[in-house]
Design a protein around this ligand. Sequence first.
Ligand code: NAP
Length: 443
Amino acid sequence: MGALTVVHPVTVFDYSDIQTAFRTMQNGLHTGKLVLKAREQSVIPALPHDAHPIKLNLDATYVLVGGLGGLGRGLAIYLADHGAKHLAFFSRTDHVQPAARKVLDRLKERSVEAKIYVCDVTDPMALKRAISQIGIEMPPMKGVIQGAMVLRDGLFENMSYENWSQVTAPKVQGSWNLHELMPQDLDFFIMLSSLAGILGNGGQSNYCAGNTYQDQLANYRRSLGLPGQVVDLGAIEGLGWFEENKENLKIAETMRNLIIGEEEFYALMKSAITGYSHGDNRVPTQIVTGIGSGGLNKANRAAGAHTDYYWLNKSPRMSYLRQLDLHSTLQAEEDDEMGELKGSLTAVTTLAQATNLIQNVVASKLAKSIMIAMDEIDINRPVSSYGVDSLVAAEMRSWCFRDLKADISIFELLSGNPITVLAEQIASRSALIPQGVERERAT
Ligand SMILES: NC(=O)c1ccc[n+]([C@@H]2O[C@H](COP(=O)([O-])OP(=O)(O)OC[C@H]3O[C@@H](n4cnc5c(N)ncnc54)[C@H](OP(=O)(O)O)[C@@H]3O)[C@@H](O)[C@H]2O)c1
C-alpha cells in the first residue's frame, strides 16, 4: 500500500490575477495545486449588480420611428434581445433596403412580430392612421423611440426654405405629432437628438435647430408628468448614419476619443429606457454624449492631437466640463513639477538662480489657479493684474508656505510687484535654499 503525499507544487495567485489562474488551469499543463489568495490590496474584476435591468413587456408594442435607418435597425435587435415581441417601424416608404430586410428576417426567426407602417410623422393625419391601425393589429403601445432624421447641410445664408423645412420637420413637427398623438401611458418616450444642437455645427443650422427643439420637448413632457427623454448623441461607430458615411467625412482629430461604439450606445439607450444610469441614479431628461471634458481633451492632446476641444473654452456653460477629470491629472503634474523644483532649489548657489526657478513655477501655479494657458502669463506683470481674488491669493499663499517653505503675506502676493520681484521675495525666504546662499536682496 502506498502512502499519500501532499499535492505539490503549490502555485499561489493573487485574486487580482484570477484570470491568469483560470487560464493556467484551462491549459491543463500545470501540475500540483493552484491557490488563489486574497489580500487587502487585491483588485477583483466583477460585474456590478444591475439594479434596474430592462424589463420589456412581452404583450406590448414598441414603436421605432425612422427605425429602418441605421440606429433604428440596431435598436430593434436590442429591444428583441431584451424581450420585445412586437415592433412597429414607422417609415416614409415601404421600400425595404437590404440592410433593413436582414434585420426584419432576423426578427422573424426569433418570432418577433415586426410590422412596417408607412407613415411620415410630420403628417398628423398619416400618424393618426398608423396609430389606429396598430390599435387594431398589435398589442398596446408601451414605448416609442423617435429617430427620424433628414440631412440637408449648407451655410445658413445660402439655405433654401425647403432645405430648412425638410430637416427641421421630422424633428419638430414629427416629434410634436408623436407627443400629441401617441398614448399617454407609455413606459418611455425617447428622442434621438444630436450633440450638434448643443455645440452648434457650421453648415447644419437646420439640423441643430431641430435637435434643440427635441431637447426642450423632452423637458416639456416631463413638466406635464409624461415620460420624456432625449439623448443628444455625438458620433457613433459601428452602426448608424455616421458609420455608413464616415468614408466620405473628414473626421477632425479633436473627435478621435469622443466617438462612442455600439456597446456604449446600447448602454446609453438602456439608461434612457429604464430611467436609471448606475445603481439608483436617475438619468436627467437630457443625456449628452461625445462632448468631452478637460481630462479627455488632455488625453487627446497627449495622443498627438494638435488642437483642443475648442468648444470647452467657447462658452461659460462649459466651465464645469472644462475642469472635469482634470484635477487628478493636474495634481499629478503639479506634484512632479514641485518634486523637480525642490531638487533644483536645494542645489542653487545664487539667489538669482533660485528666483529664476521660482518665477516659472509661480507663473505655472497662477495659470492653473485661474485656468488660463501658461503662455498667457507675463512674469513682468503683477499677480493682481490677472484678476486674482482673495480666495486664489489665499490658496497661493498656503502653497508657498507648504511647497516652497516661504512665508509670504496675501498683501505681498496682491501688491503691484511683478512676478519676478515676488519670486525673489519667495526665494529669499525659502527654507529650501541652502544656508550658504547670499540672501541680501530679501525685502
Ligand atoms: N448615427 C449617428 O452617429 C448619430 C449621431 C447623432 C445623432 N443621431 C440621431 O439619431 C437618429 C437616428 O440616426 P441614424 O443614424 O439612424 O439616421 P438614418 O440612418 O439616416 O435614419 C433616419 C431615418 O429616419 C427616417 N425618416 C426621416 N424622415 C422621416 C419622417 N418624416 N417620418 C418617418 N421617418 C422618417 C428615414 O427613414 P425612411 O426614409 O424610411 O422614412 C431614415 O432612415 C437621428 O435622429 C439623429 O439625429 C445619430
